[in-house]
Design a protein around this ligand. Structure first.
Ligand SMILES: NC(=O)c1ccc[n+]([C@@H]2O[C@H](COP(=O)([O-])OP(=O)(O)OC[C@H]3O[C@@H](n4cnc5c(N)ncnc54)[C@H](OP(=O)(O)O)[C@@H]3O)[C@@H](O)[C@H]2O)c1
Length: 339
């Protein structure tokens, strides 16, 4: 297939681009920065022809339509993730408008396969039970959460009208070869370079390589629409640190903070952000996720389409090794993984 892709220079997107190419598909990337395409793909000796790199923006219909011309499938993974209060309106507009233009136009053209990356967090409400795809869509409190929820409503409406949209719902995406350090990878980096927090509930990740595999499977589904969770096993916070300790042979520093206190700190962060804006995700919303995550299961995805999600220890090992190799972490911080 010839696939128009957004977010191809990002973490999940760059892995998905490489997986699609390896499977014999061709890609056309809609990007904001053509130089970044070279920076991201040259190390893997993946060459994307200049004609297949369209510079534009997911909120600009003209560039979206140019990128889509001649393609028979679309992968929409681009989203703006920014926790600054000053960015709220832009995050909301970019992520919702992007879906309207990219997924909406692909649906109107009747493309054979449209893969959209949502988030399992669209189902999360504080205090809810284990997450699954038949739950109601939550409203979301931050601009990012709201944007993904609004987008989800829109994409579901298009599915109901018959568009061949296949949705993935990732948990925190972790893995090696991240062009930036997206949220969940950044958490690992902070745990090993600074400190972690030992609190209630836990941390549930999906390996970026398993997610890319799921995106390939969704692209190649012969017909219709579908929805699948992308999630590895749920580990409590103590279990997460035990895995990191075992892999590195070091004691990962972690402060015990009870869930209610951590959530109160998040509310304080919200108040500080209203006076002094900063991007660190110390928000009530982020602390609700960190301390009350109910978990979700990737088992239906494994059972129905054969995607298995690897153990967190394998993902952490490869991610930490990669962070060491590219210089994010020092040999002291990664301990025996450096050997
Ligand atoms: N990371 C997670 O833990 C997680 C969890 C659940 C769901 N998700 C979803 O998964 C998807 C991928 O996440 P990620 O972590 O891989 O993100 P990422 O690394 O931050 O990549 C985001 C991509 O979107 C592109 N982008 C942002 N705004 C754009 C715009 N206005 N026009 C065109 N492109 C734009 C970025 O372009 P540049 O390269 O130019 O910056 C980048 O390629 C997103 O939809 C996100 O909501 C992520």
């Amino acid at each position: 297939m010839r696939v128009m892709m957004t977010g191809g220079t990002g973490f999940a997107g760059s892995h998905t681009v490489r997986r699609y190419l390896a499977a014999g598909h061709s890609v056309r990337l809609l990007v904001r920065d053509a130089e970044k395409v070279r920076r991201v793909f040259d190390p893997f000796e993946v060459e994307i022809p200049e004609a297949d790199v369209i510079v534009g923006d997911i909120t600009d219909e003209d560039s979206v339509m140019r990128a889509m011309r001649g393609c028979d499938a679309v992968y929409h993974g681009a989203a703006l993730v920014d926790m600054k209060r000053s960015m709220a309106a832009r995050v909301l507009d970019t992520n919702y408008r992007g879906v309207e233009l990219v997924v909406g136009n692909a649906a109107r053209k009747g493309l054979a396969s449209i893969v959209y990356v949502s988030s399992i967090s669209v189902f999360f409400e504080p205090g809810c039970g284990p997450l699954h795809i038949d739950m109601p869509i939550a409203a979301g409190t931050t601009a990012y959460a709201k944007s993904k929820s609004l987008a989800e409503h829109e994409v579901r409406r298009m599915q109901a009208e018959g568009a061949a949209i296949r949705i993935s719902y990732p948990t925190g995406i972790v893995g090696p070869e991240d062009p930036g350090l997206s949220d969940a990878n950044q958490a690992i980096y902070i745990f090993l370079s600074q400190t972690g927090v030992n609190t209630s509930s836990g941390f549930q990740i999906v390996d970026v390589r398993d997610l890319a595999e799921l995106h390939l499977r969704l692209l190649e589904q012969p017909e219709g629409s579908s929805r699948y969770v992308a999630a590895g096993p749920m580990l409590s916070w103590p279990e997460t640190y035990q895995v990191l300790d075992k892999l590195t042979g070091r004691w990962t520093r972690r402060f015990p903070i009870p869930g209610p206190l951590f959530r109160a700190l998040g509310s304080l962060g919200d108040r500080i952000k209203s006076v002094y804006d900063f991007s660190f995700p110390l928000t009530r919303d982020a602390m609700e996720f960190a301390t009350r995550w109910p978990g979700c299961s990737g088992e239906p995805t494994t059972r129905e389409i054969g995607i298995s999600f690897r153990e967190a220890s394998e993902t952490y090992r490869d991610t930490i090794r990669w962070m060491y190799e590219v210089g994010h972490l020092t040999s002291k911080q990664v301990g025996k993984i450096a050997d």
